[in-house]
Design a protein around this ligand. Sequence first.
Ligand SMILES: Cc1cc2nc3c(=O)[nH]c(=O)nc-3n(C[C@H](O)[C@H](O)[C@H](O)COP(=O)(O)OP(=O)(O)OC[C@H]3O[C@@H](n4cnc5c(N)ncnc54)[C@H](O)[C@@H]3O)c2cc1C
Length: 336
Amino acid sequence: MNTAHSITIIGNGVAANVLGFYLRKSERFKDAYIAKVYDDDLFKPCSLLTTSHNCLRNAQRGLSDLGDKLVDAADEFKSFYENYWPRGVHPCPHKHYWREDYAKAHKLARRYRGLEYKSTEIPYFPSDLSTSLWTADNEAYVIESEYYLKWLEEQTKYNEIRVESVKSIDDIKSDIVVLCTGQYTRYFADIFDNDQHVNGSKPVAGTYLEFKYSDFKETNEWFDKGFCFDLEEVNVVFRPLTQTVLIGATSTLNKNNYLDDASVNSMYQKTAELLNGTLNLPSLEKGRYKTGIRHKGHRRLPFWGKINDRTYAVYGLYKNAYTFANLAAKDLLSII
Ligand SMILES: Cc1cc2nc3c(=O)[nH]c(=O)nc-3n(C[C@H](O)[C@H](O)[C@H](O)COP(=O)(O)OP(=O)(O)OC[C@H]3O[C@@H](n4cnc5c(N)ncnc54)[C@H](O)[C@@H]3O)c2cc1C
């Protein structure tokens, strides 16, 4: 294995920025010429249109390839967090709540394997829930993407950052090129030695609502720390630095436009109903609708590895990009 002297990363999302950081902190690449090229106006990064939080929700090793990867990735993220204390990352307890008659209650019971219990307790607010719900406890990290990505970029000290749209990898003069291009990776399919996985990947749009914390009446110590919890399939995330509360998100396969999914309104209604008397949501009109396009890999599996002679790729990180990005970077370091 030779050490590359110059590496160009295409992309400016979480995959790109975590990889840049790992390269720069590594013994082999600390002095390499590391460049980052992206065009976020033309290719909107999903990493800034996201409810980004990391939570395993009792995923276990030994059940599926995806589960194994996720648990390995969560371990890697934890040790990264404890080493570097990155800006914009807030560890917090996470709770998952659901009603007895929730259509997917059996799936959640299977997921939590008897660890679930009935409770009205909700730690983030002064008063408890008005009705008792099935509850499961997890650990999580709320990740404020803008702060986190900026911090990663500062730490990496890129030799060069270019805002430009890449049409052909041949135009890039460096020893190694890494595509961290999210759902747009499909447009590079012709340079893959084996294009089966990338051609089997799909865009999946997600819409969520963003509220300003100043539009809420309640206050609590958790509003300084950050928190997240699930009400059935709805994620509620509070970001303390940006002072916003996110509620969502929808999931529409094969949709890659930025039009809002109206079904986010029913997520808002459910959240308002279940939190009634505990947290009063601002009116729906106060919410800002935001849509991001995730990238679902073939068979839901993420990909990181070599795709041709001098090119590598990280893509298909789907709903767990903020966890997977670290394991992807760590693994790439051992094969580049
Ligand atoms: C509503 C919603 C909620 C989500 N919640 C979570 C969550 O809780 N936890 C989690 O881990 N994940 C979550 N995700 C998923 C996560 O946000 C994405 O999977 C992740 O951001 C993808 O990151 P990426 O770096 O792979 O790609 P992106 O962030 O999409 O970045 C792609 C980059 O490639 C660049 N690019 C592409 N093509 C070119 C080109 N030809 N030339 C130059 N530049 C190019 C773009 O400019 C961009 O910077 C959520 C997603 C959505 C939509």
